[in-house]
Write a protein that binds this ligand. Structure first.
Ligand code: SF4
Length: 403
């Protein structure tokens, strides 16, 4: 048994029987289990618990054994003075003397801890087995949406420090992330790096000369080809040298398995082709364009544009979410989620993995949620913090998911 599991039992109020009673025989009714305190001090704060006839509001502390209260040095620590309930797996000593104790040993649902252990040790990508068809759809949908929002929050927190380095120049930030998206996972860093040397303002100067822009970009990424003799190629070299834009060394880009050099070159040419659109997309983001406008961009010429879908998921929606934080305007966040809902489900290694486990979706909000769930919860085996895991562990009528 681990304290982490007791936290789960308390947080989700998942008990084998009710009512709960303290070790001195008072009935315990939990109105609110409290919120998990991730800082120093008691484990749960602001709980509302009726003990006997009195409704108490305040912190709850959890331990495997009641004597851990002494072991952890809580006696005399003022942060623990207001603890209303001491929840323990096993009472081996009456401490602290003035705080009611709830012993959970007899309220644990049989098999629940063993199942959690199995999930921790099993060699499967999704150890709980996926297949959430039997779970309440409200839990499934809410959790996957929440995962998508967590993913956006994670991205935004990564963007925050770069934004301060740029003194809040959001256009340059957007431009760098735009470049990064063309490098995909393999070369994202290097693409972003080039955007810091050949900046948005530099590219604006060349926007009306597409061939020159393409030549500059190819050279910035270290490409040398037979076209190097062409006039435009020489002009690009001269510009890079005069402005000290510092091109990457030849072969600097990481190579994939299939025709790597060619793939990289194609992506840079695509980037050069799309750059003239960047101001249009910036305006659509900044002015919170309606979904019908985004739809026109996504389905240009009647077919879904996969490159646009990739940019929408990895650059446009995160930037909308970033603006929501920056401008404290909730409608940007709503637009970010709507945009993800507009884009079809992504097809990649992780979404295919979920498919094997009978978890499918229809849009990128769901695929982003599933990617986050897999990377941040399934892989590190954080099943006790996962609402779907909690729902699967459901065993009796008293149980409610309160995560
Ligand atoms: S984290 Fe959730 S979805 Fe992933 S394996 Fe654990 S319980 Fe299942």
């Amino acid at each position: 048994m681990k304290e982490e599991f007791l936290h789960f039992v308390w947080r989700t109020q998942s008990f084998s029987q009710l009512p709960l009673t303290t070790t001195d025989g008072n009935v315990v009714q939990v109105e609110y289990a409290g919120f998990l305190n991730r800082h120093a001090g008691p484990d749960f704060m602001d709980a509302r618990v009726q003990i006997g006839d009195v409704l108490w509001c305040g912190p709850v502390e959890l331990h495997l054994k009641s004597s851990d209260w002494l072991l952890h040095g809580h006696t005399g620590d003022p942060r623990y003075d207001n603890v209303i309930l001491h929840v323990v797996y096993e009472m081996d000593q009456q401490v602290p003397v003035n705080v009611p104790t709830l012993e959970l040993k007899n309220y644990i649902i049989p098999g629940q801890w063993e199942t959690v252990q199995q999930w921790k040790n099993i060699q499967d990508h999704i150890p709980c087995g996926g297949n959430f068809g039997d779970l309440r759809s409200v839990v499934r949908i809410n959790w996957i949406n929440r995962m998508a929002v967590e993913r956006l929050e994670k991205r935004v927190s990564e963007w925050r420090s770069r934004s301060s380095e740029l003194n809040g120049d959001l256009l340059q930030l957007f431009y760098e992330k735009f470049f990064r998206a063309f490098g995909f996972g393999l070369n994202g860093e290097l693409f972003e790096n080039v955007a810091t040397r050949f900046t948005f303002r530099n590219s604006l100067r060349l926007i009306d000369e597409p061939e020159l822009l393409k030549a500059v970009l190819l050279q910035m990424f270290g490409f040398e080809t037979a076209r190097s003799k062409a006039v435009v190629w020489k002009k690009a070299s001269a510009l890079i040298e005069a402005n000290q834009w510092n091109a990457l060394a030849p072969q600097a880009l990481n190579t994939g398995k299939i025709r790597p050099r060619r793939n990289n070159k194609v992506r840079i040419e695509q980037l050069a082709d799309e750059l003239p659109q960047i101001s249009l997309w910036w305006n659509m983001i900044f002015n919170k364009a309606e979904m019908k406008e985004w739809k026109l961009e996504l389905y240009k010429k009647g077919r879904m544009n996969p490159l646009f879908a990739h940019l929408a998921v990895n650059v446009f929606a995160p930037l909308l979410f970033f603006l929501h934080e920056r401008k404290m305007d909730e409608s940007y966040a709503e637009r970010a989620l709507e945009l993800l809902e507009l884009v079809p489900l992504e097809d990649n290694r992780i979404t295919r993995l979920w498919k094997i486990h009978d978890v499918v979706g229809t849009n990128a909000l769901e695929s982003q949620g599933l990617i986050h769930l897999y990377g941040m919860y399934c892989e590190p085996r954080k099943c006790l913090n996962c609402a779907l895991g909690a729902e699967k562990l459901k065993r009796n009528e008293f149980y409610e998911v309160l995560i």
